[in-house]
Design a protein around this ligand. Structure first.
Ligand code: SF4
Length: 385
């Protein structure tokens, strides 16, 4: 067996599904490219580029660097669904870089490292990780930063604890700090941060106390032990299987498909006809729900009621319909009123009922030609925050 390097991503993947781990790391079956990973990787390299010199390079150069990285792969290679989506990703990336640049160009920050590969021997294991940025805070104190590029800031405490353990045991860090500050004999991790690039916000944490870190590390060691013992039993779950590229290779997935079990295959692209059917189904469900809610409100003598995010209002409306359309048209002709309605509709007849030029008698007759019905209308709107 080749030398085993233990990393946080290996730990995470094994915990997601050991069989998925085997497909990726033991059998080395490549996965489909994912646009969100490519987007993140390119933005990480731009961050590295920004901090590669004592000062930020000019913005134009930074954007040029981004464009070069972006253009190095086709949209298919990047994992986008089409060229339009890829272009939208490019524009989003450009915006993020411009905003980050404006916000931080004057910081004059000189990180200890960016995208540093860190190795440490811990409990007989070679542990490794790539730390996005390490900042020096003075007095031997450092901050570890991890860039996030997803739509929302997803905290991953396991990731930070893994890095804390790794950096506390890395022989590489002290010389790095000493190169900056020769008197330092001991380093300490002062804070750990997630920096969310799309919103330029950061979430900062104190390192966990050693007792807590010990518990975390015991769990991490147990996972490594299982990997080394080659325990690769699948642990299917909706979340893990939904995005798994190894479904065609996976016996669990294939048998569950045959049995039409609880795990249904997730459709990546919904066709137009499927969309239409889904819309129809939702409309039917909506109508049925409305009927149920109206019935309930009426029984309770209520006209307004609230969910947690939406409210409903019940209103009664008068609706007029023609009893006999032909008879109505005849009446309008005989009374020289047809020219007042371009095309006789319920609405135009109602307008005649309010028209001062139509006399009272005519209005009475018109009323006898229509029927009035009271219908209940339910309006559902979002409640104000
Ligand atoms: S399809 Fe599900 S059970 Fe099979 S390898 Fe992928 S995640 Fe594991």
């Amino acid at each position: 067996m080749a030398q085993f390097f233990y990393s946080q991503s290996k730990m995470g993947l094994y915990r997601e599904c050991p069989l998925k781990y085997k497909f990726r790391y033991i059998l080395k079956i490549p996965e489909e490219p994912k646009y969100f990973f490519t987007f993140g990787t390119i933005l990480h390299s731009v961050m590295e580029f920004l901090y590669s010199a004592p000062q930020f390079p000019p913005l134009e150069e930074t954007l040029k660097f981004f464009k070069q990285k972006w253009s190095a792969q086709t949209w298919q290679e990047k994992g986008y669904a089409n060229a339009e989506k890829e272009q939208a990703g490019f524009l989003e990336g450009q915006e993020i870089i411009k905003k980050y640049y404006q916000k931080h160009v004057a910081d004059n920050l000189h990180p200890l490292s960016t995208e540093m590969k860190v190795y440490a021997n811990i409990d007989g294991l070679t542990v490794m990780g790539v730390v996005d940025r390490i900042d020096y805070l003075g007095d031997g104190k450092i901050a570890i930063l991890d860039y996030k590029t997803g739509k929302t800031l997803k905290r991953e405490p396991d990731q930070l604890m893994f890095y804390q353990k790794l950096l506390e045991n890395s022989p590489k860090l002290l010389p790095l700090v000493q190169a900056r500050d020769g008197l330092i004999q001991k380093i300490s991790i002062e804070k750990m941060l997630f920096y969310h690039l799309p919103t330029l916000t950061e979430d900062s944490f104190k390192p966990v106390p050693s007792a807590e870190l010990d518990i975390f590390w015991k769990g991490a060691l147990k996972t490594a032990e299982n990997i080394l013992a080659e325990k690769f039993e699948p642990t299917p779950s909706e979340q893990a299987c939904k995005w798994c590229d190894y479904r065609d290779n996976c016996p669990v997935w294939n048998s569950s498909k045959k049995e039409q079990g609880p795990m249904q295959e997730t459709k990546k692209e919904e066709t137009l006809s499927e969309k239409i059917d889904r819309l129809g189904k939702l409309n039917d469900e909506g109508r049925n729900l409305k009927t149920e809610i109206i019935k309930f409100l009426k029984e309770q003598n209520q006209t307004l009621s609230f969910g947690t995010a939406y409210k409903v209002e019940l209103k009664e409306e008068e609706v007029f319909t023609f009893k006999d359309e032909a008879k109505t048209i005849d009446f309008l002709k005989q009374n020289n009123l047809l020219n007042k309605t371009l095309k006789p509709t319920v609405k135009s007849i109602l307008a005649l009922l309010n028209d001062p030029q139509v006399n009272v008698e005519q209005k009475q007759q018109l009323r006898t030609l229509t029927t009035k019905e009271i219908i209940s209308k339910l309006r559902c709107t979002k409640t104000e925050d």
